[in-house]
Write a protein that binds this ligand. Structure first.
Ligand SMILES: [Mg+2]
Length: 236
């Protein structure tokens, strides 16, 4: 396949694109569950985690649409699983939420081949920029714990950019920092709604790295769709 584009800048999402959020969140949540003895309210850890995870996804969607605040999200995602078990203890919800947030960024699991890809892109001299909707204090600690912060020339977080993906404002901010034109950049991410729609909104090409690769459906609108980060090395 001919290389039709000459990309100069690579934009990357962090959670579940480079840093294995899924694995790390589960590990941090299990620590909290054991530490705080939540077994007294739930049948087992999986029951708690399933209720939490489903509600958490809904809440992040609402936060992405600007319908709820960060404070509401942080509180409600822990209050919800407790209240499902008949426990309406706001102080406990706040306490376990803090335990989780303090512990999560110390976890270090990365997506398969993430380091290999970051080394490759660095060797090829692409300036790398993280674009993430995550909370500032949490995202920096994740990158430091897992030893990847030095790979990135710029770290663009929604709280600092004043907009959340897929708003084109956050991508325009990243382009400005790099003094890049849209056709010189490519965005790699696992979230279609945030990363790929965002890239489309600002007119940059995209690499969609879905958590669950759709086997039997048409390829969604994106420039490339990959099963493994290693495939990026054939694009760039
Ligand atoms: Mg992500």
């Amino acid at each position: 396949m001919a290389h039709s584009k000459n990309y100069k800048y690579v934009f990357l999402d962090l959670d579940d694109t480079i840093w294995d959020f899924h694995t790390n969140a589960r590990l941090a949540m299990k620590d909290m569950f054991d530490d705080r003895g939540l077994i007294r309210y739930f049948e087992n850890f999986d029951q708690f985690f399933d209720i939490y995870a489903r509600r958490n996804i809904e809440l992040w969607e609402l936060y992405g649409k600007g319908e709820i605040t960060k404070e509401y999200l942080s509180k409600e995602r822990f209050l919800y699983p407790l209240s499902k078990m008949g426990v309406t203890d706001e102080a406990l919800a706040a306490e376990i939420g803090q335990h989780y947030l303090d512990n999560l960024p110390t976890k270090t699991a990365l997506m398969p081949h993430a380091i290999e890809l970051l080394d490759y892109l660095t060797e090829k001299k692409y300036p790398l920029t993280i674009i993430s909707n995550g909370f500032v204090e949490v995202q920096y600690r994740k990158m430091r714990s897992s030893g990847i912060e030095h790979y990135f020339k710029h770290i663009v977080l929604s709280e600092a950019a004043g907009a959340l993906k897929p708003d084109k404002q956050i991508f325009e901010y990243a382009l400005e920092l790099n003094v890049a034109k849209p056709n010189e950049a490519i965005m790699i991410g696992d979230s279609y709604a945030a990363d790929i729609v965002g890239a489309i909104n600002v007119g940059i090409d995209s690499v969609f790295y879905p958590l669950h690769y759709p086997e039997n459906s048409d390829k969604p609108e994106c420039t490339h769709m990959i099963r493994s980060l290693r495939e990026v090395m054939t694009i760039l």
